[in-house]
Write a protein that binds this ligand. Structure first.
Ligand code: RIB
Length: 307
């Protein structure tokens, strides 16, 4: 592969998606309309998105020695990923994610991280050269936190640009993590949980993003769903909107955004330009079903996104 180099350290799941008229309430059994099984996991999704655009992507992850794990490896190979640092364990099953999606495209997700939790410090150190050779390192929160911190530290030492996506949401993160992030990229609910602040209006989003910025990342990039993204640095705030679309399935839209962002930044785009392009790709992804299956290929993109 000759495209921009990206390294993703993160999780793989098999997504078990049920399409339902509405999300169930406590104790309720609902009839679903349709079922889809596909490749997911935030790290895997972001890596595949970057590869679909033409990125030269290396994945660092751990899978179970089971059918889901073998199929996931094949999927990575199909998209041309560097799988040197895809490990297997027989101590846990591959990650799985039962997901319900309602008729407005909203979802509710359970993750059983399994093998993802067993990625080790030694395996991250072994991927050090791969991280060092990347233009951008991307990490999320579906693998142990200390593993993310090690990967981010390697990137920092080697002056590799870092994107940290604090998903799924957590209430607290260690202070040492924030200064390791060039871009700290949460969504609205992750921001609310991390700051204890409400994120409904753009003004509230800006205040919360500024609170996160004070913790030490160079940039806070808050994703706002159909309202686009908010870019906050010490030099100011920029709201980058996106054209409204009718969502079918929002599962993985954030991953589509992060993977695209990594691709455009590794390709040398400036951050505002990269965000605007990633916004458009994420909005294309919500108009189709499934997770990775909803991510557009480079050849299917409308003119103006890649050029
Ligand atoms: O962000 C969407 C992803 O979250 C799904 O693919 C699921 O596996 C969970 O990790």
């Amino acid at each position: 592969m000759a495209g921009p180099k990206i390294c993703v350290v993160g999780a793989c799941n098999i997504d078990l998606i049920s399409y339902v008229p509405r999300l169930p309430v406590l104790g309720e059994t609902l009839h679903g309309d349709k079922f889809h099984m596909g490749f997911g996991g935030k790290g895997a999704n972001q890596a595949v998105m970057a590869a679909k655009l033409g990125g030269d992507v290396a994945m660092v992850t751990k899978l179970g020695k089971d059918t889901f794990g073998e199929n996931t490896l094949e999927n990575f190979k199909r998209f041309g990923l560097n799988t040197t640092h895809v490990h297997f364990t027989n101590k846990a099953f591959s990650g799985v994610a039962p997901i319900a999606v309602d008729r407005d495209g909203n979802n509710s997700i359970i993750i059983v991280t399994g093998a993802n939790d067993l990625l080790t410090e030694d395996e991250i150190q072994a991927a050090g050269q791969t991280i060092a050779e990347a233009g951008v390192l991307v990490c999320q929160l579906e693998i142990p936190l200390e593993i993310n911190i090690s990967a981010l530290k390697i990137a920092r030492e080697k002056s590799v640009f870092t994107i940290f996506n604090p998903a799924p949401a957590r209430k607290e993160l260690p202070p040492e993590l924030f200064p390791l992030c060039d871009i700290f990229c949460p969504n609205e609910s992750e921001t609310e949980l991390l700051t204890g602040m409400t994120v409904q209006t753009i003004e509230e989003a800006e205040s919360a993003a500024k609170a996160l910025l004070q913790k030490g990342p160079k940039t806070v990039l808050l994703t706002l769903g159909e309202r686009g993204s908010l870019l906050v640095t010490k030099d100011g705030t920029k709201h980058i909107p996106v054209e409204p679309v009718k969502a079918v399935d929002t599962t993985g839209a954030g991953d589509s955004f992060v993977g695209s962002l990594a691709y455009f930044l590794a390709g040398g785009r400036d951050i505002e330009d990269a965000v605007a392009r990633a916004n458009r790709i994420a909005s294309i992804s919500v108009q189709a079903s499934g997770t990775q299956t909803s991510f557009p290929d480079a050849r299917d993109l409308p003119p103006g996104i890649l050029d």
